[in-house]
Design a protein around this ligand. Structure first.
Ligand code: GLC
Length: 427
């Protein structure tokens, strides 16, 4: 398909998944608003409908809680096709939401939307909307600082694998072992009725997901307590890098808006992260990994999140060289970068969700960082691979890194958005 046709197809997917002010990731498998999906979707809409792109973020923040927390799902309307739905989460909020969060890409998306409006000479029309959104995003970032960084290391701690957005990454296997699944009871999964079970998380993983939902619900979704008491507490390397990047982007917006106190506060968060995030460097594996807060152990897994340090704005000669060497090694082993798990890992599986497949959104972030750090050749490889995957196979949720075939749901919103915002654009 020529790029014009692909652009049109991508726009059609966003339109088809638009439920009026928010976009579902995929109509069948994910029929609600998802947090980080919407941040990417907004970048896609920005290519052809600026007003609609801002609305996507505005609708997302209408789901924000009093304490600044921004949920991973907002159930604007119920849908039988998904489990666990609003009745299982039982957060008691209006709108109904989940009780866990997701990677904070929204600030980065907002900065991009704002700069695009400025470039188009439309800053005047969007400034009030920026001023309204900014404090909401800041409150969410404060929530991370106050609830999810108990040792003040500048990392982001997750209390559920779903918060990481990399649901079944092997990084969560060992930290998940203490989760008591004995009270989970019977339930009917809906994901495996839409998709091949071979592509999805296992029953053991799902039991743990549900046990953690029950744990949060039993604590009345008191985030401070969950952050201290959850059996699953992991400093996620992906979330930590994304938050550091998001704080830098929010700082740029604070400066733009002349909010000097907020800017100072953000500088302090950034400084804390720059000083402490080295805790996630795995000296033995020479890579960035998540670390279990409960045992203090590094996961030791090389995943696509290991390559977000450039995106986070971190620069360290020795670590950067080691990171680039891993990317080059993996790039020689697979046809399409970046598999979600190192193909040399014994647990690598070409089509099982976050244990092998390529995710376009992660590629966008990795390549953005590589390009900013001057590693243009590798950044181009990631972009070209993403472009080829989509052009040859369609707008799938994820892709097999060996043969490129689509994995998971089709007509996926964030893949369409990544095409419009990055992969399908001229270099
Ligand atoms: C899956 C992904 C998650 C995403 C969601 C909706 O749960 O792991 O990252 O947000 O689907 O696309």
């Amino acid at each position: 398909m020529a790029d014009d046709n692909l652009d049109r197809a991508a726009r059609n997917i966003l339109h088809a998944n638009d439920r009026g002010g928010y976009t579902v990731p995929n109509g069948r498998v994910y029929p609600f608003q998802w947090n980080w999906d919407s941040a990417f979707v907004a970048m896609g809409f920005d290519r052809f409908d600026r007003n609609r792109s801002w609305t996507e973020l505005e609708t997302l923040f209408r789901g924000q809680w009093e304490d600044g927390f921004l949920p991973h799902i907002i159930f604007w309307q119920d849908d039988e096709g998904y489990f666990p739905g609003p009745a299982v989460w039982a957060t008691g909020t209006a709108p109904a939401t989940s009780g866990i969060t997701q990677p904070p890409v929204a600030a980065t998306s907002l900065r991009r939307l704002w700069e695009s409006a400025v470039d188009a000479g439309e800053a005047g029309a969007y400034r009030a909307r920026l001023e309204a959104l900014f404090p909401k995003v800041l409150r969410w970032h404060r929530w991370f600082r106050d609830n999810r960084d108990p040792d003040e290391r500048g990392v982001a701690v997750v209390v559920h694998p779903w918060e990481t957005g990399r649901d079944n990454a092997p990084e969560w296997d060992a930290p998940g072992e203490p989760i008591d699944t004995s009270q989970v009871g019977d339930y009917v999964r809906r994901d495996t009725s839409h998709l091949d079970a071979k592509m999805r998380p296992t029953k053991l993983e799902y039991d743990r997901y549900l046990a953690l939902v029950q744990f949060g619900r039993d604590l009345g979704w008191d985030h401070a307590r969950i952050g201290r008491e959850s059996p699953f507490r992991v400093a996620d390397v992906g979330m930590s890098m994304i938050l550091l990047r998001a704080n830098r982007d929010l700082l740029a917006l604070a400066e733009e808006l002349g909010r000097t106190e907020d800017a100072d506060e953000l500088r302090a968060s950034i400084a804390r992260a720059e000083a402490g995030i080295g805790w996630l460097w795995d000296e033995t594996r020479q890579t960035w990994c998540s670390r279990d807060l409960v045992t203090g152990r590094s996961s030791g897994f090389i995943t696509n999140a290991s390559f977000l340090s450039f995106y986070a704005g971190l620069r360290d000669q020795a670590r950067d060289q080691a990171t680039i060497a891993h990317i080059e090694r993996i790039g020689a082993a697979v046809r399409y970068l970046m598999p979600s798990l190192d193909p040399e890992d014994p647990g690598f599986q070409m089509i099982r969700y976050w244990r092998g497949p390529v995710w376009a959104v992660v590629n966008l972030m990795i390549a953005t960082g590589l390009s900013e750090a001057g590693h243009e050749t590798l950044a181009h490889r990631l972009r070209d691979d993403t472009r080829t995957l989509i052009a040859r196979n369609g707008f799938y949720e994820a892709f097999n890194p060996i043969d490129g075939t689509g994995s998971g749901g089709d007509d996926f919103s964030w893949t369409a958005a990544v095409w419009l915002a990055w992969a399908g654009r001229d270099a």
